[in-house]
Design a protein around this ligand. Structure first.
Ligand code: SF4
Length: 590
């Protein structure tokens, strides 16, 4: 019999709305058995998983979508490593830290990454799903007997494992630290290491800045540098790529790889090209967010990423996605011919930065990807199109309706207190698309939550939904993939394409995930220049020409994986790298 779990989101569950409808409709309760009982402490239901027959009636009837009843994969014949409580989220298996290796975690958010980090850093003791007793260490060791985790937990138990952690949510840093960047690093000691990292990560320019004035990319570099400076045995990097441009991502990846020569390193990364470049092995994370999560066995990085895209783990006989993902341009892309508008040349001078962007044409149904180093004016260009930054030369297209998602999401206090449902009702003007967008972005489960309680990825999805649901002629998205997991990135890309093509509108998308940008864009607009000094936006050109030009500028070549079509960075100086450079084929081969 498949193992069944029932999970109730106690925040979303509102008995005052439904008067325990679940209990009244449950067919097991109707036969006078106590499958659903009401907990006297919080007046909310508990489901007895051993009595539940998995009919799903309560799941469908619950007006706030607070209940999930799931049959776990039949192959999962083991106890969870951790369960948070009765009818609460549970996680199966753990990733394995390996000496002198970078172990990558790829997959969905909300299926156990944070739990795994807490357990491996000793902050959370595995309970093996047993809620009624404090599980003795011997029992825990028995579970991991014979695996590399046994030694790891032995060392953790002796207190000999020091852990350093780079958190995901770097936007919180200015709330915790004040003062100049250089002062913060000075407090950490380890001057020699800082000296080395200054050159590798090219952070000299931000050292004298106040933390509160740092851009998203600078905050990320600050967090990565601070973690690299620590003296630890196991290093965790939770999404080290967010807000960084392609060149910075690869620099950070190289620094993390160097660290792994003497340490254990684990990285959670949703940019697949970066994960591929960075990791030696990967674990796949899958399940149902906030309900259950499974962490796969480790696989070599190429096989692991390809298996993830395939959605089927042959060795474990588990399918976790109905369809496999293959990256290829559709025939509809790159063929847009109906002229939509011509946008003008813009110039803008600030105190220490000047920007010039070429004029260009936009076609109906077209998506223009925007690619280039940070601090060369991409976001300013978008803001000039919205009219929120006034250009010195050129005028934003006046009578067109724009929908804009900024890079960093800043909501006012009253908005933060809205539920997702109220926020989306307010923001989404095109009601015909509302259900489709909410479904594609898996927002139904978040509807009763307040915006202030959402994770970075959840917040990004909600804001993207609000933007896509507007009536617009031009869609402007600044870094929509930041904080989204691989699945969410793919769904957002699909949705943007569907809406822009069906409505015959146009879009500008700024992003640094090369794979996503390449697969979503009809053409690309490149930005180049000297960071924070001057920038130049070149008129949109074919993706092939733009990618080759961009990668030539940073000296990196990519090849395509024959099985999935995904981009794989060549090792600098490798035969493939030299061959492609010789032919001027930095991305598109053949
Ligand atoms: Fe009862 Fe389980 Fe059916 Fe829900 S899914 S109504 S708890 S039997």
């Amino acid at each position: 019999m498949p193992k069944r779990i029932a999970v109730i989101d106690r925040e979303t569950c509102k008995p005052t709305v439904c008067s325990h409808l679940c209990k009244r409709v449950c067919p097991v309760n109707r036969t006078d058995e106590d499958c659903i009982i009401i907990n006297s402490e919080d007046n909310k239901p508990n489901i007895d998983e051993s009595l539940c027959i998995g009919c799903g009636i309560c799941v469908n009837k619950c007006p706030t979508k607070a209940i999930n009843v799931i049959n776990l994969p039949g192959e999962l014949n083991e106890a969870p490593v951790y369960k948070y409580g009765k009818n609460q989220f549970e996680v199966y298996r753990l990733p394995i830290p390996k000496s002198k290796m970078v172990v990558g975690l790829i997959g969905q958010n909300g299926v156990g990454k944070s739990t795994a980090i807490k357990i491996l850093s000793g902050k959370l003791k595995p309970n093996l799903g047993m809620l009624e007793k404090d599980v003795p260490m011997e029992e825990i060791m028995e579970m991991f007997k014979g695996s590399e985790l046994q030694n790891y937990f032995t060392d953790l138990g002796k207190g000999t494992v020091k852990v350093a952690y780079k958190p995901q949510n770097i936007d919180e840093i200015p709330k915790m630290w004040t003062g100049k960047v250089v002062e913060l690093f000075a407090k950490m000691g380890n001057e020699k290491k800082l000296e080395e990292l200054k050159n590798i990560l090219r952070i000299k320019g931000m050292l004298d800045k106040d933390v509160k004035n740092l851009s998203g990319g600078e905050l990320q570099l600050l967090a990565v540098t601070a973690t690299l400076m620590k003296d630890a045995d196991l290093y965790f990097f939770d999404e080290p790529s967010s807000y960084l441009d392609v060149e910075q991502r690869l620099r950070v990846a190289a620094a993390i790889r160097t660290l792994s020569k003497d340490h254990m390193v684990m990285v959670i990364e949703h940019d697949l090209a970066v994960a591929d470049y960075l990791a030696d092995q990967v674990h796949m994370l899958y399940g149902k967010p906030a309900v259950f999560g499974i962490i796969s066995k480790p696989y070599g990085v190429r096989v692991g990423i390809n298996t993830y895209l395939e959605g089927f783990i042959k060795e474990e006989n588990v399918r976790f996605r109905d369809e496999s993902i293959i990256f290829s341009k559709t025939a509809a892309q790159s063929m847009k011919t109906k002229h939509f508008l011509t946008f003008p040349k813009f110039t803008k001078k600030f105190e220490s930065f000047s920007l010039e962007t070429d004029s260009g044409n936009l076609y109906k149904g077209e998506i223009i990807g925007i690619l280039g180093p940070n601090a060369t004016g991409k976001s300013t260009f978008i803001k000039m199109l919205t009219g929120s930054v006034k250009p010195d030369e050129g005028e934003a297209p006046g009578d067109l309706k724009l929908a804009y998602k900024p890079q960093r999401i800043e909501l006012d206090d009253s908005e933060k207190e809205l539920t997702v449902r109220l926020y989306l009702n307010k923001e989404m003007e095109d009601k015909s698309m509302k259900q489709r967008i909410e479904h594609m972005l898996d927002l139904e489960r978040l509807m009763e939550k307040k915006l202030s309680t959402l994770s970075g990825g959840e917040m990004q999805s909600v804001i993207i939904a609000g933007t896509l649901g507007k009536n617009f002629d031009i869609l402007l998205m600044d870094e929509p993939t930041a904080f989204l997991d691989v699945e969410q990135r793919l769904r957002v890309s699909k949705l943007i394409r569907e809406i822009v093509e069906n409505k015959e509108v146009a879009a500008f998308i700024v992003d640094h995930d090369l794979q996503i940008l390449d697969s979503i864009s009809d053409r690309l607009m490149l930005f180049e220049g000297e960071r924070s000094v001057r920038g130049h936006g070149i008129s949109p050109m074919s993706s092939r020409d733009a990618m080759n030009m961009f990668l030539k500028n940073i000296g990196i070549t990519f090849r395509r994986d024959p099985q999935t079509g995904r981009a794989r960075a060549n090792k600098p100086g490798s035969q493939k790298d030299s061959e492609q450079k010789g032919k001027g084929q930095y991305y598109y081969v053949g």
